[in-house]
Write a protein that binds this ligand. Structure first.
Ligand code: PEP
Ligand code: MG
Length: 561
């Protein structure tokens, strides 16, 4: 899919439709030519003949007899649809120009793409295909996908996706993990080098995208897929065993979910509960604001499926750019620093109260706890708790059942919250470290910007100090603390976190077996020794490679990211 959301599937036309399809192609060429001629004349008049020559060149390419013959051959002989023939042929032309690097002709590739787009617009017209109605398996290759577009991908047909933009900490990547489909984000430009119907390998483990792989590469990947399947089946056998370290220390292994159906992924893998339910996806997946009933149904489904195990429902963590039901803010230049998350909830109380009512009603059905995101100041936490108390009173007045003692917790994901953590622990029942944002705000690195992705590192000593402070403060007060940021799903950091005293991990469900496997190979004294070594190191690179090495040494067969 390009910027305009075009999808060009490899389609074939039946033998008796060939003449009609050729006629459709000719009509589109004529319409596109008329459009270009119109542009040429307008530009000539306003800006002069010299600039108009660009459009003259487009016209010449479009009306070139060789191009027409080539397209006809593809449609007549190979029965390709005109759309597919146009996309394939013109992309091949563009690539030929791009290969003339350093020459002025290389820039002509842009013109070719322009012509391709124009022709496709005419050919596809209203029949333009999005990814909403898929009928066969595809890979989605796109410039960018928003979290809500990703959330709406059809899990049955989308076998993987790749985006040119974004970073591994972005919600788009997080949703890919929830959907359990391979994905690579933030590759940089590559879409010009592919067209529909080509063979592509998406290697989500290594972050690689291989266009037109050769036989050897394909064979290697097929083998790897088989191996992964065998390992997954082997690890699956751990699902009924408790998460214990080799020296028998019990660790809670919870799951992070974005959609209610994922609760099954948690149950299947033997999760000890749900440590983070990102409820904002209820809003992102729908055109209208979800009603209290929609909220309630989602939360009760999760709570009931977990059958008495704890479920932490986080109130919505929407960014200003991600709320279709409210007017967009006037001037939001730094959405990460703007009206997002709990700030937005406290500003739009009726939205917030609707969700709180549903959460409270679901609390009567099982072991539910509530958590507020992005808490930065004590005042904010107190305000959120006051709104909750107010909604409780309301329910009570109307005789609606709920758990008055439901545990109330907060995310620790802003450095300010860590600096004040000794005060916060006095006012909450539990804490959850959100490293995805904590890293972003500590290191001043946008988690979804591919240009600074190399600076976004959980192993940075500044981040590790903040995590240590939070775990220690919680320990002193006896307040339970878990980590639900992606760092906890990465086996590279398991020893370090256990060594720091973390005894609750909330991870992406697919990582549960692997992390449990790591626990079973390590002891607490070994993990403490790891912390000791790391505390003398000064940069993320050294820490990262030391941790990888340790993992490899203790847990054979694991050692990657
Ligand atoms: C985090 O910031 O680490 C977190 C778990 O929340 P989210 O990724 O939804 O921002
Ligand atoms: Mg966060």
């Amino acid at each position: 899919m390009d910027n305009e959301g075009f999808r060009i599937p490899r389609r074939f036309v039946s033998r008796d439709a060939v003449d009609d399809e050729l006629e459709r192609l000719d009509k589109s060429i004529q319409a596109a030519a008329a459009e270009i001629a119109g542009r040429r004349d307008a530009v000539a008049q306003e800006l002069g003949e010299q600039l108009a020559a660009i459009f003259e060149a487009h016209l010449l390419i479009l009306q070139d007899a060789r191009l027409r013959n080539e397209l006809e051959e593809m449609i007549r002989q190979r029965h390709y649809s005109p759309e597919y023939a146009v996309s394939r042929t013109l992309r091949r032309y563009a690539q030929a120009f791009q290969r003339l690097e350093g020459s002025q002709l290389a820039e002509r590739a842009v013109d070719i793409f322009d012509i391709e787009k124009r022709l496709l617009r005419h050919l596809l017209g209203r029949r333009r295909e999005g990814i909403a109605h898929l009928t066969s398996p595809v890979l989605v290759l796109a410039r960018n996908l928003t979290p809500s577009e990703t959330a709406n991908l059809d899990r049955h047909f989308v076998r993987g996706f790749v985006t040119e933009m974004g970073g591994p900490g972005s919600h788009t990547a997080i949703v890919a993990e929830a959907l359990e489909i391979p994905a690579v984000v933030g590759t940089g430009p590559f879409l010009a080098d592919v067209s529909g119907g080509e063979l592509v390998v998406v290697d989500g483990d290594q972050g690689l995208v291989i266009l037109q792989p050769d036989e050897e590469t394909l064979a290697r990947y097929r083998h790897e897929v088989e191996q992964n399947r065998t390992t997954a089946a082997r690890l699956q056998s751990l699902s009924d065993l408790p998460a214990l370290t080799a020296d028998q220390v019990r660790v809670l292994l919870l799951g992070n979910i974005e959609f209610p159906y994922e609760v099954e992924h948690c149950v299947d893998r033997g999760a000890d509960g749900v440590g983070l339910y990102r409820t904002e996806f209820l809003y992102l997946g729908s055109e209208t604001e979800p009603t209290e009933e929609i909220h309630f149904r989602a939360y009760s489904q999760v709570v009931e499926a977990m059958a008495g195990k704890p479920v932490t429902v986080r109130t919505f963590d929407l960014g200003a750019d991600k709320l279709p039901h409210l007017p967009p803010p006037e001037d939001e230049r730094n959405p990460c620093l703007g009206l997002r998350s709990i700030r937005l909830a406290l500003r739009h109380l009726s939205l917030f109260r609707t969700q709180l009512r549903a959460i409270l009603r679901a609390s009567a059905l099982g072991n539910l706890q509530i958590m507020f995101p992005l808490i930065t100041t004590l005042l904010e936490l107190r305000q959120a708790k006051m709104v909750l108390a107010d909604v409780m009173e309301d329910l009570q007045e109307h005789g609606i059942p709920f758990n008055r003692d439901l545990p109330i917790g907060m995310m620790v994901e802003v450095p300010a919250a860590v600096m004040m953590i000794d005060r916060f622990v006095e006012e909450v029942d539990f804490l959850s470290i959100g490293t995805n944002d904590l890293i972003q705000y500590t290191l001043a690195v946008d988690r979804s910007n591919r240009d600074v992705v190399n600076l976004y590192n959980p192993a940075d000593p500044a981040v590790l100090r903040l995590i240590t402070m939070a775990i220690e403060a919680a320990g002193r007060k006896g307040v339970p603390i878990n980590m639900c940021g992606q760092m906890s799903s990465n086996p590279v950091y398991t020893m370090l976190l256990v060594g720091l005293g973390l005894r609750q991990f909330s991870v992406v469900p697919s990582a549960i077996p692997e992390i449990k496997h790591v626990f079973r190979h390590i002891t607490v004294p070994e993990c403490r020794a790891v912390v000791e070594r790391v505390s003398s190191m000064e940069n993320a690179r050294d820490i990262g490679s030391f941790l990888r090495q340790e993992l490899k040494r203790r847990v054979p067969g694991l050692g990657g990211e």
